[in-house]
Design a protein around this ligand. Sequence first.
Ligand SMILES: *Cc1c(COP(=O)(O)O)cnc(C)c1O
Length: 435
Amino acid sequence: MTTTDISREKSAELFEKAKHYFPGGVNSPVRAFKSVYGTPLFIERGDKAHLWDADGNEFIDFCCSWGPLILGHNNPEIRTAVEAQLSKGLSFGAPTALENQLAELILKNNSLIDKIRFVSSGTEAVMSAIRLARGYTKRDKIVKFDGCYHGHSDSLLVKAGSGLVTFGETSSSGVPKAFAAETIVISLNDKEALKQVFTDFKDQIAAVIIEGIPANNGLLIQDPEYIHFLREITQQNGTLLIFDEVITGFRIGFEGAAKYYGIKPDILTYGKIIGGGMPVGAYGASNELMSHISPEGTVYQAGTLSGNPVAMAAGIAALSLLAQPDFYSNLEKTTQAFVADLRNFIETNNLEVQLFTVGSIFWFAFTAQPTIQRADQIDPASMEKYKKMHRELLNRGIYFGPSGYEVGFISAAHTAEDLALAKDALKQALLVAFQ
Ligand SMILES: *Cc1c(COP(=O)(O)O)cnc(C)c1O
């Protein structure tokens, strides 16, 4: 049954105001609710898996700030750690023991990297990783995949042209054509395209960058065999493999998607969860590769607020909790049970929708196709159904990301009761979407 819309008076008012201050009324585009019904909800506070908006509506949150909040909102350990740091100072622009602590926590639990560098966002981590790859290999070209998001640095705001292997076309105005010409875009899960790219651009490719498990444009789970092939072909060509684990890092374990596939990429990038809700990014690699970063090496990279003490304190508190035995297996079990129940419902009702999942990530795809591994397999028209579902979910107290291309996250703060309520709401919302 369709519902009546929740009251959004205060949010709508705030949005009107915000439009005077910010382009489109927001500080990051997807927040503007352009792909779903209504105006954005202005959030007042969060606690555990729950959110409250300016109108006093309460929601169970499956967006989780786009991934960072694997421990939910207002986690007591993170809050205490942040509060303790606040009284000591917000920023020094000098080294602190906190940076060592967070690095130790990561490196002890991650066999893929020897050294790490902290930055302040995922975008920055990826941009720096690309520079390192170029500096190290003394090559300029990079390869990225259609359907992978790596933040908004110039080299990566590039989309596929037509054809198997194409120079990218800029996906944003303001990106020089010359930059786009250094980025080659190919399809995911396509060995032929990879072979072709290394034939066409022999000895010119510094790095191939991929989201190990692409989760920014649907959840496009790659064939393990393909990822192993990617590892081999990059190695054979002296090209570095960059795994962008800004979403998957610390989401499916400390060793992320690389561990999931059992491969060792050359450079890894992190973000989101690593800062426990504060702005932190990082990139890491072998000692040898990292020795090329300044001040040791010639690849320049710096940051006024890099390794910020408050952010480090939050990261340490968060990762300490994640490092506890069974944290990830429990969260995965919870997610699997949630997904299994919904899949049953989908099957029983013969709905043309798939529910994909990895770790504690899930994604609804409104299609009859049993697998989706490439961006061009997503039918844009199917997003109409997501739009309807999204509206029904909000009206039933469930907050999903405002776009059907975005995945959902389950946090350790989601209780059995939260998930039971969410499942009921999802079932009703799905039926409405197919009316
Ligand atoms: C979120 C994300 C980024 C960008 O991180 P920001 O902190 O938003 O700059 C880069 N790569 C991947 C895979 C991401 O999910």
